[in-house]
Design a protein around this ligand. Structure first.
Ligand SMILES: Cc1cc2nc3c(=O)[nH]c(=O)nc-3n(C[C@H](O)[C@H](O)[C@H](O)COP(=O)(O)O)c2cc1C
Length: 169
């Protein structure tokens, strides 16, 4: 699949909107709601069965997705500020919660994500934090951006969860 070229055009979520999607255990989309389609610019048939990375934006550091998968594979939820790429190259920021869905025996059978409009001040901060992480990843890979994140959290004296939840407010 050819990826859209990222542009500087932004679409903002509305306060009363929720973007919802479900995936299989590998991250292939099995469900998306109307708002997901509206924001991403894709039709349902273009999304179902596709990897969720179809909307991955190049400004997102790899480490965020590593944390995401580590957490959900451990059946723990994660919150994250995510910049997504729409079909036309524009972008939209979300504040996402991602969880694993488990069966009665505790086996992971898929994943679920709900996103809301992110806090604007948080996006200003995360834009700069993610840009620094991407630069570090170019040289030192995910290990380098993980050290940067760990140092940042230590400096602020908070956990990752405390940071993102407090930023969303
Ligand atoms: C339920 C669920 C929702 C996800 N939502 C997004 C999303 O909105 N945007 C995104 O870039 N990645 C999302 N991901 C992560 C992608 O699966 C993938 O790890 C990420 O886009 C990085 O792709 P890459 O490793 O191919 O670069 C989601 C994963 C799951 C399981």
């Amino acid at each position: 699949m050819t990826r859209p070229n990222a542009t500087n055009k932004e679409h903002k979520m509305k306060f009363d909107e929720f973007i919802v999607s479900k995936t299989d255990t590998k991250g292939k989309i099995t469900y998306c709601n109307e708002i997901f389609m509206k924001m991403s610019g894709y039709e349902e048939c273009e999304l179902l069965g596709k990897p969720h990375s179809i909307i991955r934006h190049p400004d997102m550091p790899k480490v965020v997705f590593k944390l995401l998968w580590d957490r959900i594979n451990a059946k723990e939820e994660i919150f994250a500020f995510v910049k997504n790429l729409s079909k036309d190259g524009s972008y939209y920021w979300v504040f996402a919660n991602i969880t694993a869905s488990v069966d009665i025996k505790g086996n992971i059978i898929g994943h679920y994500s709900v996103r809301i409009k992110p806090n604007e001040d948080a996006i200003k901060l995360m834009t700069s934090v993610y840009a620094q992480m991407i630069d570090l990843e170019k040289v030192g890979g995910v290990e380098a951006s993980l050290i940067f994140l760990t140092d940042l959290l230590e400096e602020k004296g908070v956990s990752y969860d405390e940071l993102v939840i407090s930023l969303q407010g």
